[in-house]
Write a protein that binds this ligand. Sequence first.
Ligand SMILES: N[C@@H](CCC(=O)N[C@@H](CS)C(=O)NCC(=O)O)C(=O)O
Length: 334
Amino acid sequence: MSKPIHNPGTADGWHGSIPASFPAEPARYHLYIGLFCPFAHRANFVRHLKGLTDLINVSVVMPYPKGDAKGWPGWRFPASNDEYPGATVDKLHGEDYLHKIYFRADTEYKGRYSVPLLWDTKTETAESLELLRWLPSAFNDLIPPKLASISLYPDHLKSKIDSLHAWINPHLCTGVYKAGFAPDQETYNKNVVPVFGALNKLEKLVYANGGPFILGSEMTEIDVTVYATLVRFDTVYVQHFKCNLGTIRHDYPVLSNWLKGMYWDVPAARESTDFKHIKENYTKSHYDINPKAITPLGPYPDVEEGVEQEWAKLKVGGVEHPEVLEFEKGLKNE
Ligand SMILES: N[C@@H](CCC(=O)N[C@@H](CS)C(=O)NCC(=O)O)C(=O)O
């Protein structure tokens, strides 16, 4: 029987970095993703950025239905590639539900059935976390030198990247979920504030670094991580997750310019972004938040055009809600 490689049967899935037993080989791995999911988006972005689309094939689940609160039966594959544009059948195993892939790796699996999931066809094992630390460099020997030279976690920026992850992930990337899935008013009030505290801080930081990327001239994994969240912000998090103290396009001119630059100037960002999957996933699979499953038409356009190349011309923005400002002050010392 095949076995998962990390913490088999834990309640929240498989964790850990991808070990050396996952060497890069063409066509050895298969990536299961949803185009709606910001965490899967990070991996798919890198797949496009590093020219890995032929080396790692993907199967794409439908954006809805999601399954019950426990995640059962979870994401499903379309019956054919025509059923929902961009969603695909399970090209590797021909299964109808993603949970069946988890059970192929571990018949005793007790975690959630989430995307992304990387399947290793040799060992018949799977891995879902830390793809962002493995994928960007693992295939460097198999791709042209120009693509291999793109490093998203270069030595001289490692400590900066690590310290950014420490507050960006909990307050912004998963912060929007903590606000959006809050079961009551008090929890929502508490969780929406850090989202905007983090955005305020990020707005100033990107301006200080002068663009076009978060840390300045080099694109790093922080850009990939934040892109996957901010491209969903005005589109779904503002209305669906009630993160509406401000929008990127109106209240954060610097982040808005950065986002436009990523979307319009970095082909891998645009190629890996699908607004239909994003909008319909959130609004049609969270039955308790949006019981009628009506997907709002706006905002329009999805991402505005017109990237300002002279960053000094931008004016730093932010949200001035007193609790947000207070939270932002605390972040300065993190
Ligand atoms: N372990 C994953 C979690 C990703 C995740 O939460 N994916 C969501 C979609 S955005 C999912 O598939 N959820 C299904 C579930 O939890 O039942 C990671 O961080 O890479």
